[in-house]
Write a protein that binds this ligand. Sequence first.
Ligand SMILES: *[C@@H]1O[C@H](CO)[C@@H](O)[C@H](O)[C@H]1NC(C)=O
Ligand SMILES: *[C@@H]1O[C@H](CO)[C@@H](O)[C@H](O)[C@H]1NC(C)=O
Ligand SMILES: *[C@@H]1O[C@H](CO)[C@@H](O)[C@H](O)[C@H]1NC(C)=O
Ligand SMILES: *[C@@H]1O[C@H](CO)[C@@H](O)[C@H](O)[C@H]1NC(C)=O
Ligand SMILES: *[C@@H]1O[C@H](CO)[C@@H](O)[C@H](O)[C@H]1NC(C)=O
Ligand SMILES: *[C@@H]1O[C@H](CO)[C@@H](O)[C@H](O)[C@H]1NC(C)=O
Ligand SMILES: *[C@@H]1O[C@H](CO)[C@@H](O)[C@H](O)[C@H]1NC(C)=O
Length: 184
Amino acid sequence: MKSVAAFSTLLACAAAQTAYFGVISSRSASPIHLLPLQANGGKFFLGGTASGYCPSAAIGNETCDHYPGNSTTFAGGNGSLGLGVVVPGGQQVYVAPNGALSYTQAHSAYIPEGSERTGWNKTDRNDGSNLGSLSFDGGLVACPRNETQPWQVYGQIANFTAPEGCLGFGAVTFNVSDAAAWQY
Ligand SMILES: *[C@@H]1O[C@H](CO)[C@@H](O)[C@H](O)[C@H]1NC(C)=O
Ligand SMILES: *[C@@H]1O[C@H](CO)[C@@H](O)[C@H](O)[C@H]1NC(C)=O
Ligand SMILES: *[C@@H]1O[C@H](CO)[C@@H](O)[C@H](O)[C@H]1NC(C)=O
Ligand SMILES: *[C@@H]1O[C@H](CO)[C@@H](O)[C@H](O)[C@H]1NC(C)=O
Ligand SMILES: *[C@@H]1O[C@H](CO)[C@@H](O)[C@H](O)[C@H]1NC(C)=O
Ligand SMILES: *[C@@H]1O[C@H](CO)[C@@H](O)[C@H](O)[C@H]1NC(C)=O
Ligand SMILES: *[C@@H]1O[C@H](CO)[C@@H](O)[C@H](O)[C@H]1NC(C)=O
């Protein structure tokens, strides 16, 4: 009886653990094939750099060493989507009224009126790999930006019309064991 109870507790703990994943774009024979989806300055980009960081003065260098912040992880993906972060309160992902894929600032729940917070669906391949896919209702597109952040990502909500030069893409997920940043 005791070992059964212990086993149940173990299962409960495992289930309660946050599952993190990274996202890579997929559109074969295009310049946006296999680029990482990166959070930077409140928006998302394919390729380019992530703006993750860690308040070492508050939590110590040793803790911060685990969260280099130079890549982007996500959490959730069943309806809503969040960034894979450790900062209390997390950081929510949403599609702004102008279509820009966006995320909330740390320590703030502010999301502009008229934003779309749901429509996400992560499905796993169930083939023993850590791979899956992530969809957004209406789809995702990437539009050319500049040399530093080559492609900005938009969600195709009703009011968004992709300008010429934007490319739709699929999102491949890969499970990872930990958050990549304290916050973005
Ligand atoms: C943390 O790292 C910074 C930069 O490397 C260093 O200046 C600081 O002294 C370190 N702080 C502690 C508490 O180790
Ligand atoms: C991120 O930084 C860590 C530590 O500096 C380094 O080991 C890792 O290779 C970097 N990852 C990427 C994707 O640049
Ligand atoms: C996704 O969310 C729905 C509704 O909240 C829930 O019924 C379902 O079990 C969830 N699916 C997974 C895989 O967690
Ligand atoms: C998510 O996608 C899976 C596989 O395509 C589908 O079976 C499921 O109904 C979808 N869930 C939602 C909430 O759309
Ligand atoms: C990947 O994470 C999901 C939860 O988000 C989990 O259901 C699935 O089993 C994981 N896949 C692997 C291969 O660990
Ligand atoms: C590139 O675009 C990003 C996002 O719009 C912007 O923050 C950055 O300042 C731009 N960089 C240059 C060199 O124009
Ligand atoms: C689309 O934009 C118009 C004008 O800004 C607004 O009135 C309308 O509510 C928006 N529709 C949706 C679905 O957000």
